[in-house]
Design a protein around this ligand. Structure first.
Ligand code: SF4
Length: 300
């Protein structure tokens, strides 16, 4: 039986062809976008911070920035795509520095009783192995004063979600099902840290909502497993799709660019050059950066 994740389910909902390329054909792509790279580096840095705190060491802000900077330099590759053409690598690097500094001074000394970081969870929704979901919780906290558990998630996207989007968010709600099973019927709080806004968003789910979610997910998995057609779905998210260079919807654009390149037609025309880079965009919208470990698991 296949194991699913929030990211895998979301890919199916976003574009079935992308889902097929990634999860059925298992076409490997090495490229990543700068948003995903920034998200991963910031996650790594905050993970390291809390590991230090759990070992009774409190890193200084300089040590934390050094960690972020070294992690960035060690892992950065020239093949990383910058989709938004009006930003540079340095802009993204500096963005991450700001996230780290803001978070550090808002939450220092980080003594909220973190139990685990990057906690792997597996949920067997129907207890029959058919509907298994796995994921990673960025940080799990036990608030001793209120005797409640908190599921923390870091977001590096620019925009804040609407209240409605938070109420419907599936990822942390799914994780709370696993945590309930592990820790008994304790109160569970879902917390998103929107780092670009230095803002925390808090929500909860009732048992009834979690039961409805389980039903929704099992139906979605049934749909995935019975699907035989995988049409493309053109949206703004195509600009961040790792398969855009092989997607049939963009074949015409590729042919046009090949012709222009062959005939040196785009040498002086910067607009044409931009259009020929299949991963470029001037759009402001960007995809929500998923938990990178989960994403990698899905791909490989
Ligand atoms: S480029 Fe767009 S339509 Fe094509 S596979 Fe990717 S997400 Fe789907």
């Amino acid at each position: 039986m296949a194991i699913y994740s929030h990211s895998k389910l979301s890919t199916f909902e976003q574009c079935r062809l992308r889902y097929k390329y990634r999860h059925i054909d298992k076409i490997k792509v090495i490229e990543t976008t700068i948003e995903a790279f920034l998200g991963k580096t910031v996650h790594n840095t905050l993970e390291w911070l809390y590991i230090q705190v759990k070992q009774n060491k409190l890193p200084t802000i300089d040590e934390l920035i050094n960690y972020y900077s070294n992690n960035w330099t060690e892992n950065y590759k020239d093949s990383i795509k910058i989709v938004k053409q009006n930003f540079t690598t340095k802009d993204y690097f500096n963005k991450g520095i700001k996230f780290i500094i803001d978070y550090y001074f808002k939450h220092k000394p980080f003594n909220d009783n973190t139990l685990e970081v990057e906690k792997k969870i597996i949920i067997d929704l129907n207890k029959d192995g058919k509907y298994k979901i796995q994921g990673y919780i960025d940080r799990l906290v036990h608030d001793l004063e209120k005797d409640q558990l908190e599921i923390h998630d870091y977001k590096t996207a620019n925009s804040l979600p609407t209240k409605e989007k938070i109420e419907k968010d599936r990822q942390l709600a799914l994780y709370s099902i696993a945590i309930k099973e592990l820790f008994g019927n304790k109160k569970i709080i879902l917390i998103w840290h929107y780092l670009a806004h230095n803002q925390k968003i808090v929500s909860q789910r009732t048992n009834k909502q979690l039961e409805e979610l389980k039903k929704e997910i099992t139906e979605l998995i049934d749909e995935i497993e019975s699907t035989t057609k995988f049409p493309p779905n053109k949206t703004i998210l195509c600009n961040w799709c790792e398969y855009k260079s092989i997607c049939p919807l963009f074949a015409h654009q590729r042919k046009l660019c090949e012709f222009q390149n062959k005939n040196n037609l785009n040498q002086e025309n910067s607009q044409t050059k931009e259009n020929c880079n299949l991963n470029n965009s001037n759009q402001e919208q960007e995809p929500e950066i998923k938990n990178n470990k989960e994403e990698m698991l899905d791909i490989w």
